[in-house]
Design a protein around this ligand. Structure first.
Ligand SMILES: Cc1cc2nc3c(=O)[nH]c(=O)nc-3n(C[C@H](O)[C@H](O)[C@H](O)COP(=O)(O)O)c2cc1C
Length: 218
């Protein structure tokens, strides 16, 4: 008999989802209200980084890329996050505003998917948020030309040092290349893991000002 390889072990990794269920009649009329309920439960559950979400963007040719960013709030306008406008994601959003978000909360056996168009936040709102960031993060935003090549770690640290000296004893202002984004959802899906892979998938799709609610096969 041949020995089980690491690859075989990986292929066998799975678990059953049995904790909860989700039905069309139990969800809120608005996906934002439904998200707020689930996010509150995620915050109360034992897990690291419940506010980490995968953001997927694409070039105008449709070449996709994904990375984690931190969720910073939501209201009827959309889901908020912050980044460098000149970064890869920033450049992709400039040429193609369509994007998707994905949250995964393993202890709750839940996933939330959000799709829509992304807009830049207004400067006052970005500045309000930037003021609340720790000083080191504010300096880091100035020091890092996010997603551009750097020759070495040393170069990065030198940039940080120069930035610290530049703003010594002064408040760090909002860089013009940094700020918030708002993803305005048109499609939101709530996924609850269920037994035997018969998961619940309840979706919201925007039609005018209304949200249509329907179920998808798992
Ligand atoms: C837990 C976690 C949180 C992160 N939060 C942010 C964030 O809020 N904003 C951000 O620009 N990058 C954040 N990053 C870094 C991004 O994943 C990514 O490396 C960076 O934004 C550059 O991506 P890009 O080259 O695709 O633009 C985070 C990474 C991790 C792992």
């Amino acid at each position: 008999m041949s020995k089980e390889t690491e690859q075989d072990k990986v292929a066998k990794l799975r678990r059953d989802y049995t904790r909860q269920m989700l039905t069309e009649s139990a969800v809120e009329d608005s996906p934002i209200s439904q998200f707020n309920i689930w996010f509150k439960q995620a915050l109360s559950a034992e897990m690291l980084d419940p506010n980490a979400m995968t953001l997927s963007t694409a070039t105008k040719e449709g070449v996709p890329s994904s990375r984690i960013v931190l969720f910073k709030g939501v209201d009827e306008d959309g889901f908020r996050f912050y980044s460098n406008y000149a970064s890869r994601k920033g450049r992709e959003l400039e040429e193609n505003p369509k994007a998707a978000l994905c949250f995964y909360w393993p202890p709750l056996e839940r996933q939330v998917r959000v799709e829509g168009d992304v807009e830049k936040m207004n400067r006052e709102a970005s500045a309000d948020y930037f003021r609340q960031r720790p000083r080191l993060s504010q300096l880091g935003a100035w020091a890092s030309q996010q997603s551009s090549r750097v020759a070495s770690r040393e170069e990065l640290e030198n940039m940080f040092q120069k930035t610290s000296e530049r703003f010594e004893n002064k408040p760090v202002p909002l860089p013009d290349f940094w700020g918030g984004f708002v993803l305005k959802p048109v499609h939101v899906e709530f996924w609850q893991g269920r037994k035997g892979r018969l998961h619940d998938r309840i979706c919201y799709e925007k039609k005018g000002d209304e949200w249509n609610i329907f179920r998808l096969a798992p």
